[in-house]
Each structure stands twice: as C-alpha cells, then as structure tokens.
Design a protein around this ligand. Structure first.
Ligand code: DC
Length: 225
C-alpha cells in the first residue's frame, strides 16, 4: 500500500517549497494539484472562456486531456499532449485557477487523476482540499499556513528577485481575495482537516517546517507498525 502525505493551506504559505523538498528527502513523488487547476485555467484563458461561463467551461473540458509525467523528479503537465508547465506560474493564471476551481466539473475532471497518483505511488500532494476531500485517509495531514503579511513579503521578494515589478499593497490584496475565494466556495473549500497537524510558517525557517513534517511522518510510521 502506498504512503500518502497531504499538505493543504492558503496561497503563499510555502506548500510547494516544503512539499518538493520533503518529497526529495523521503523519495516520494511530489504532486502539485494547484498546477493542475492552473493548467485548466490556462486552457480557459487561451480559449477566451470566462470563469463564470459554465457551458463554455464544459465544452473546453470535454475535449481536454490532462496527463502528468515526471522529468528529473519534477512534475510536468501535458495539456492535450503539449507540455504547458512553463506557462502556469503567472499571476493571471493563478487568479483564473482560483476562480474556475469553484466549478464542480473542473474539480471532477481532476479528482480521479489525483486519487490514482496517490494509489499507485508514495506521494506528498499539496493543494486546498487534499486532506479533507481528495485523500481523506492520508497517513499524514498537514495544514500549512502563514500570516497575510508574511506571505505577501515572500511573494514580494520572489518578484523582486526575478527582476519584476512588485507592489506590496496589491500583493496583499490579491492574497486576501484568493483566500476569500478558496475558503468560501461551496465545493471543496480550503479548510483545516480535523486530524491535520497545523504548522504556522510565519516565524519558522524552511528546515524547521521540514523537521515538523518529518516528525509527523515518523509518528505515523510508528502508528502503522
Ligand atoms: O496552489 P496554487 O496557488 O498553485 O493553486 C492555484 C489555485 O487552484 C488556488 O487558488 C485554488 C485552486 N486549487 C484548488 O481549488 N484545489 C486544489 N487542490 C489546488 C488548487
């Protein structure tokens, strides 16, 4: 049986950095479900379909294939056979993903793919609804969060490092909007699973967060016998 670690939390809490590093450490597959929602969003943007246009979304989904492959341990997303991974980190794609992720057909399209990956592999899967809905029986569940100020600061520094424009107030506002959308939608909203280990990364370093996750992993191994 495969071993599954679920990491949920709001945008910018450090989920992907931590999950990627922990997966490498443990020899697990890192499954980034946000990238899957971003791939659908990217396809909707390309087709000029608005996130509220249910019929338009359904039509795009009908003819869409999404496949996940790994290259040097990095997840790649093939949208209708084309590797679109490099286009997915844009702010516009993230915002569209947050809006279109409230559509039940969008979520349905990805659910089985996510569950199959977790059934066939030892995975660390991150997202918004992994511990609560996609993998309710995950061996370890983590809810990773951080204050809006800290998440905005990290995003600001990331953009500056890339040589891009960054406006702190605008970043904070985007984060708040994304939190509201992700936490308040009627289907699979972001919330803490009852049995999740909660980690607030606001004042922790990456190695400190990693240590807590490895502790939770070892605890769970002991319980499994
Ligand atoms: O983690 P991320 O920023 O790449 O995710 C982009 C958006 O996709 C996020 O704002 C909400 C949506 N998402 C989701 O609804 N469920 C998931 N499991 C992962 C992401």
């Amino acid at each position: 049986m495969s071993f599954n670690i679920a990491i949920d939390g709001p945008a910018g809490a450090g989920k992907s950095t931590i999950a990627r590093a922990a997966a490498r450490n443990l020899g697990f597959l890192y499954v980034d479900t946000g990238a899957m929602y971003r791939a659908i969003a990217f396809s909707l943007i390309r087709s000029g379909v608005e996130p509220e246009d249910e019929a338009g979304i359904e039509k795009v989904l009908e003819s869409m294939t999404i496949r996940i492959v790994y290259s040097d341990g990095e997840q790649q997303i093939l949208l209708n056979g084309e590797n679109v991974t490099a286009f997915l980190r844009d702010e516009a794609v993230g915002n569209m993903a947050s809006r279109s992720a409230s559509n039940p057909k969008v979520r349905e399209k990805l659910l089985q793919l996510q569950r199959d990956l977790a059934k066939e592999n030892d995975v660390i899967m991150d997202g918004r609804d992994i511990g609560t809905f996609v993998l309710p029986d995950a061996d370890v569940k983590v809810y990773l969060t951080a204050s809006v100020e800290e998440r905005a600061k990290r995003r600001y520094l990331e953009l500056i490092e890339k040589g891009q424009d960054a406006d702190m107030e605008k970043i904070k506002e985007d984060i708040r909007t994304r939190d509201t959308q992700d936490m308040n939608r009627s289907i699979a909203p972001l919330k803490q699973a009852k049995d999740a280990v909660v980690i607030d990364s606001s004042k922790l370093t990456i190695p400190e967060v990693m240590d807590r996750i490895v502790d939770a992993f070892q605890e769970s191994l002991k319980l499994k016998g």
